[in-house]
Design a protein around this ligand. Structure first.
Ligand code: AMP
Length: 132
């Protein structure tokens, strides 16, 4: 069965897309720690999704980080944050993903903190600004 992220990549579930190429997809996290919190995911064949980032082959892992680097640069440019934190948890969705979180301090990357609430219009306008 396809993961929720594969369904997002296929367009079966809507998302606020930020970037895409033939191998990777980036979209806004629906429950952001801060506005601009983005997820980067690899495209897998349906039903063959890997769950754990370090199960990726070396070349795919490297290419994913290079893709994430481009997205992170864009997040920093648009949000004006000091840095973009790169976090891998993967405890909720069993499909490899990297969190890119715009931060100005360590407190901005506390996954136990309350999430920011954005309206659909705010998500859409942010995604349009970040779009590459
Ligand atoms: P984790 O697997 O612990 O790294 O967390 C998964 C992340 O995916 C969480 O931050 C969720 O808010 C996010 N998420 C889950 N479903 C969606 C969705 N449909 N669209 C965007 N983000 C999602």
């Amino acid at each position: 069965m396809a993961t929720i992220f594969t369904k997002i990549i296929q367009g079966a579930i809507p998302s606020y897309k930020v970037a895409e190429d033939d191998r990777f997809y980036a979209f806004l996290d629906i429950n952001p720690l801060r506005a601009g919190h983005t997820l980067v995911v690899p495209k897998f064949a349906e039903g063959e999704e890997l769950d754990y980032i370090f199960d990726l082959d070396d070349e795919t892992l490297s290419a994913m980080m290079v893709f994430a680097k481009r997205v992170a640069a864009r997040i920093r440019e648009v949000t004006g944050c000091a840095r973009v934190a790169t976090v891998v948890l993967g405890l909720e969705v069993p499909h490899v993903h990297i969190h890119l979180v715009p931060i100005d301090s360590e407190a901005d990357v506390d996954f136990r903190a309350p999430r920011e609430k954005l309206s659909p219009d705010e998500f859409a306008s942010l995604a349009a600004k970040l779009a590459m």
